[in-house]
Design a protein around this ligand. Structure first.
Ligand SMILES: O=C(O)c1ccccc1NCC(=O)[C@H](O)[C@H](O)COP(=O)(O)O
Length: 254
């Protein structure tokens, strides 16, 4: 499941940078806050279960947001976010492991480490509640998933196609994200989540927390993803563009 040659130049550059990054010296041991429980609790409270992303910039964003990421994260939680995602990729997204560390200390919701992890040692850079593995870019998903779990991480396996979701579930994933952004062409189509979610057999669907990722900008988009079966929504750009608390409230209010 490694199709790196078919990706957009910006993503190729991201992967080359990721390949060159070293990992930690020794395995971490994490006591995670439960992402599925946080999403379920938001729903019980009458909020849309949202993972809000601290994403200073990206290859598809103009400019960079340089204000304090901890203040941004706190504003997202105040706005009703059930969980956070924090970019730690430095070269293309303006992220840093230290940012995640500071955010996780400041909030009490689960925090996803958003990065391009390719090798086991790269799991050992910073503690987080959830590690991201992108099915398309990982050579041995089952092995890396097990390595992440051994350290205590929950794992969000990201997919873009029905085949990648099947591979994720076969590898033992219980939290699966469907990215509406095609990392081959970088275009975004919310129909991706609808089609891919629809392809998951009912028996497999019951055992998986399903997250709709990328391109969600409005309450209508959020409703659309929820109607298609999303247990949670991952939103970055639409929250980072403007007043973060107001933007989060707009998406979490039912
Ligand atoms: O966001 C990008 O421009 C991007 C470019 C290349 C590879 C990955 C990229 N994004 C990763 C993500 O998954 C998003 O940050 C996340 O799903 C939030 O998406 P959005 O709400 O559209 O900012």
């Amino acid at each position: 499941m490694n199709t790196r040659e078919e990706v957009a130049p910006a993503v190729q550059s991201i992967l080359e940078a990721a390949e060159g990054r070293t990992g930690g010296d020794q395995p971490l041991s994490v006591t995670p806050r439960s992402l599925p429980d946080a999403l379920a609790a938001a729903e019980t409270d009458g909020r849309v279960p949202l993972i809000a992303e601290v994403k200073p910039t990206s290859p598809t964003t103009d400019g960079e947001r340089t204000d304090d990421p901890v203040e941004l994260a706190e504003a997202m939680v105040d706005g009703g976010a059930a969980a956070l995602s924090v970019l730690t990729e430095p070269e293309h997204f303006g992220g840093a492991p230290e940012t995640l560390e500071a955010v996780r200390e400041a909030v009490d919701v689960p925090v996803l480490r958003k990065d391009f992890i390719l090798r086991e040692a790269q799991l050992d850079v910073v503690e987080a509640d959830v590690a991201l593995l992108i099915a398309r870019f990982v050579d041995d998903l089952e092995e890396l998933l097990a390595a992440a779990r051994d350290r205590g991480f929950q794992v969000l396996v990201e997919a873009h196609t029905p085949e990648e979701v099947e591979a994720a579930i076969d590898a033992g994933a219980t939290i699966v994200g469907v990215n509406n952004r095609d990392l081959g062409r970088l275009d975004v189509d919310l129909g991706t989540f609808e089609r891919v979610a629809d392809s998951i057999p009912a028996t497999a669907r019951e055992s998986v927390t399903l997250i709709a990722e990328s391109g969600i900008t409005s309450r209508d988009d959020a409703s659309r993803m929820r109607a298609a079966g999303a247990d949670g929504l991952l939103v970055g750009s639409a929250i980072m563009d403007g007043d973060v608390r107001t933007n989060t409230e707009r998406l979490t209010d039912v």
